[in-house]
Design a protein around this ligand. Structure first.
Ligand code: AMP
Length: 380
């Protein structure tokens, strides 16, 4: 099936071809025709499923002329939990908006950076992507109005709630016009997400994209048993031996992320750590440089894992195992995304063995285990 049968305009179809999007992903196949008909949607799908384009394409397709736009009155509001996601979503809007015959101005706003440029940049914006806190600040200073939007999108609603944005979200909902289209996306359907669905959505089409079994099948998983004190040399040994590039390393704390990255650098492997204790600017800069291949190894904690959208990530290394099997699948999942196979490597200390057995049982997949004791790690 191609995109042509979904009802999108020739402008968007042309842009899809330019971006090498040849076939719609399942969520796109289901959501695009429904959103084009202005219906509400509840999409249960995780990052990596193609959910962003599933709402960006029909929203752009349906966008009314911006010529009559009242200044600072946006038409589309996308609420997201993090700055990283705000920037990614803006990127997707910009990529496809370029194809439209009329210029469409989009903007991403988020906290942690100066508010003034965001206030000044709001002129003529029709599509606004925002984290809740910063949106309220800008609204309260009359820099933007959301009282006349046509479409509201809540992206990663579960994460927004987990991050404690509930109160801000309620304040935002109270400012919206009664008549509008609502699109709610979430990786999970929790009680809180159900509540938002009840509150906001009007007879929505529910689209649930099951996590595909073969996502896991695509990934080559291997585990190395290793003593805690030998993890550093093993990491360097593997990176050097197979000349690994674009490696995402997971650890369990910000402190550990810094120390692992520093050790790699001291041993001549270009590595950077990124975690919740770093500034917003530093986080997005590291991510950008990692994505473009300028950083060889990015060492991170689970906090940032979800927002990282990289089409092809060949290597994920669990330097430390996550506590929950769900997080394990989440971490390694990104190596098998967008139809690209990848390799997920886990370091297993004697203390981890029992926990790793549980992870494998939950995942319903046995992982090949190799003893690293015989590796010649001299010089690593
Ligand atoms: P998302 O779940 O929206 O974060 O998308 C995951 C990745 O898949 C992004 O890098 C998109 O550029 C890519 N993508 C989304 N839809 C398609 C498609 N139909 N064909 C090829 N790549 C796609």
């Amino acid at each position: 099936m191609s995109f042509t049968s979904l009802g999108l305009s020739p402008f968007i179809l042309k842009a899809l071809a330019l971006e090498n999007y040849s076939q719609p992903y399942p969520i796109q196949k289901e959501a695009i025709p429904v959103i084009l008909k202005n219906k509400d949607v509840l999409g249960i799908a995780k990052t990596g499923s193609g959910k962003t384009a599933s709402y960006v394409l029909p929203i752009l397709n349906n966008l009314k002329s911006t010529k009559t736009l009242k200044n600072r009155h946006v038409k589309v509001l996308v609420l997201v939990p993090t700055r990283e996601l705000a920037m990614q979503v803006e990127d997707v809007f910009n990529t496809f908006a370029l194809a439209l015959p009329e210029r469409v101005k989009t903007m991403a706003i988020f906290g942690g950076v100066s508010i003034n440029p965001q206030m000044m940049g709001m002129n003529g914006v029709s599509i606004l992507i925002a984290t809740p806190g910063r949106l309220i600040e800008l609204e309260e200073s009359n820099a933007v109005s959301i009282s006349e939007i046509d479409t509201l999108v809540l992206d990663e609603a579960d994460k927004m709630l987990n991050l404690g944005f509930k109160e801000e979200m309620d304040r935002i909902f109270a400012l919206l016009p009664k008549k509008r289209q609502n699109l709610l996306f979430s990786a999970t359907l929790s009680k809180e997400v159900e509540n938002i669905k009840e509150l906001l959505l009007n007879n929505p089409e529910v689209i649930k994209i099951e996590e595909r079994e073969d996502d896991i099948e695509l990934i080559d998983q291997i585990a190395y048993t290793v003593e805690e004190s030998r993890k550093g040399p093993l990491l360097r040994y593997l990176i050097k031996k197979d000349n690994l590039k674009q490696v995402l390393v997971f650890v369990s704390s910000a402190f550990k992320a810094d120390s692992v990255a520093n050790k790699l650098c001291r041993n001549g492997i270009h590595a950077v750590s990124t975690h919740g204790k770093k500034s917003m600017n530093s986080r997005s800069e590291s991510l950008r440089r990692f994505k473009t291949g300028k950083i060889r190894v990015l060492v991170t904690t689970d906090l940032l894992a979800r927002g990282i959208d990289i089409e092809f990530l060949p290597y994920v290394i669990n330097y430390e195992l996550p506590r929950s099997p769900k997080d394990y699948v989440h971490r390694i999942g990104r190596t098998g995304r967008a139809e690209s196979p990848g390799e997920a490597i886990s370091f297993i200390t004697p203390e981890d063995e029992h926990h790793f057995k549980i992870i494998q049982k939950k995942m319903k997949k046995e992982v090949r285990v190799v003893d690293s004791a015989d590796f010649d790690m001299q010089g690593c």
